[in-house]
Design a protein around this ligand. Structure first.
Ligand SMILES: *Cc1c(COP(=O)(O)O)cnc(C)c1O
Length: 371
């Protein structure tokens, strides 16, 4: 699905040099590399604060903890996302409220979101799924009207731009009160292990988050609240500093690959190519097709036999997962998600795809329907 080795080979000398520097510096945790990376990422995103942490799931957890919510408070998120988004809500004894998505962009449907608001609702976590932003204009309006905090899960959309109707453009993760991302190796900006970060323009939240991620410690050895230990290693920060200047080019290469796939699939009655949303650029964390009037699982099996990886993101909606279901939901509440879990298939997508690979992959997809 991804080719991390080829990407590494192109920047190997720079990465190797930086990693050895960190090893020789002995500043393995919270060293100057982490501070420098936080500053460079903040500049790129045009956001005031970037707080690095251990992974994307921690980023979401610490972001939620910083809001000071009470047990039982409700947090609304998408039913069609990676489980981490909902997992942290329930882990903190808050209540996840799942909402259906848009059939074309796969992102949370603002109308359904507004319907799900109750007197206990305190926050919304929109997920920018597969590489394009949810409808943040509508979501921020709803949040303002109901006085809700917005935490963007931008683990899959690093570098994506959202343009508001007044013409203002902002980077994914910088529009809500808080933004959370992951540097898991296969993400658009990935390190060589686990990593994550939280973004905010709010000084108070930034201060709180730094403390929570460091054992609730604001002054050395004075613990004011229960926190966690969530840090980014200096080695990972050094690698991310080398990769960050390439992010725009990586995303451009993904967009090019997506357009090449599109050309080959366009007009095929069995295939629906990924819709580009009007207000957001697409950074193609995944290239996801919807398969119609054919068995998606058989297509996946066929491709596997031809040694072409293809993945189903996601085969089970969150409301059906044992951990989150609590008997509170019926399938009928999520008609779009229920269709998507049957229809979606993601093809190999990364910054190093060649035209011959795209040709081979798409020819095999098309052959499946012709056989
Ligand atoms: C990857 C991902 C996460 C979790 O990130 P980790 O670094 O693996 O903890 C959260 N949300 C979404 C949407 C993701 O894709």
């Amino acid at each position: 699905m991804v080719d991390l080795v080829s990407q590494y080979q192109k920047i190997k000398s720079e990465i190797d040099k930086k990693v050895i520097e960190v090893m020789e510096s002995s500043a393995y945790i919270n060293g100057p590399e982490v501070k420098a990376f936080e500053k460079e990422l903040a500049d790129y995103l045009e956001v005031k604060h970037v707080i690095a942490c251990a992974n994307g799931t921690d980023a979401l957890q610490v972001a939620l903890m910083s809001l000071g919510l009470e047990p039982g408070d409700e947090v609304i998120t998408s039913n069609f996302t990676f489980a981490a988004t909902a997992e942290v809500i329930d882990l903190l004894k808050l209540k996840s409220v799942l909402v259906d998505v848009d059939p074309e962009t796969f992102n949370i449907n603002p109308k359904e979101l507004e319907k799900a608001i109750s007197p206990k609702t305190k926050a919304i976590i929109p997920v920018h799924l597969f590489g394009q932003c949810a409808n943040m204009e509508a979501i921020l309006e709803i949040a303002k009207k109901h006085d809700l905090a917005v935490i963007e899960d931008t683990a899959q959309a690093m570098g994506s731009d959202f343009t508001f109707s007044n013409g203002e453009t902002k980077k994914a993760g910088t529009m809500g009160h808080l933004g959370c991302t992951s540097f898991f190796p296969s993400k658009n900006l990935g390190c060589f292990g686990d990593g994550g970060a939280i973004f905010t323009n709010n000084d108070d939240l930034a201060y709180r988050i730094r403390g929570i991620a460091n054992h609730g410690m604001y002054e050395r050895y004075y613990h004011d609240e229960i926190g966690v230990n969530s840090r980014l290693d200096s080695m990972q920060a050094a690698i991310l500093r080398v990769k960050l200047p390439h992010l725009e080019q990586y995303n451009k290469a993904r967009r090019w690959a997506a357009n090449e796939y599109d050309k080959r699939f366009e007009g095929n009655p069995n295939i629906s190519i990924p819709k580009r949303s009007e207000n957001s650029t697409h950074v193609f964390h995944q290239y996801t097709l919807k398969i119609k009037n054919a068995d998606r699982n058989l297509l996946q099996k066929y491709l596997t036999e031809k040694e072409i990886p293809a993945m189903i993101y996601y085969p089970v909606p969150l409301h059906q997962q044992k951990a989150y279901n609590r008997g509170a939901y019926a399938d009928e509440q999520f008609p779009i998600t229920m269709d998507l879990v049957e229809q979606v298939i993601s093809l190999p997508m990364h910054s190093e795809l060649s035209i011959s690979q795209i040709e081979k992959i798409s020819t095999n997809v098309l052959n499946f329907f012709n056989e």
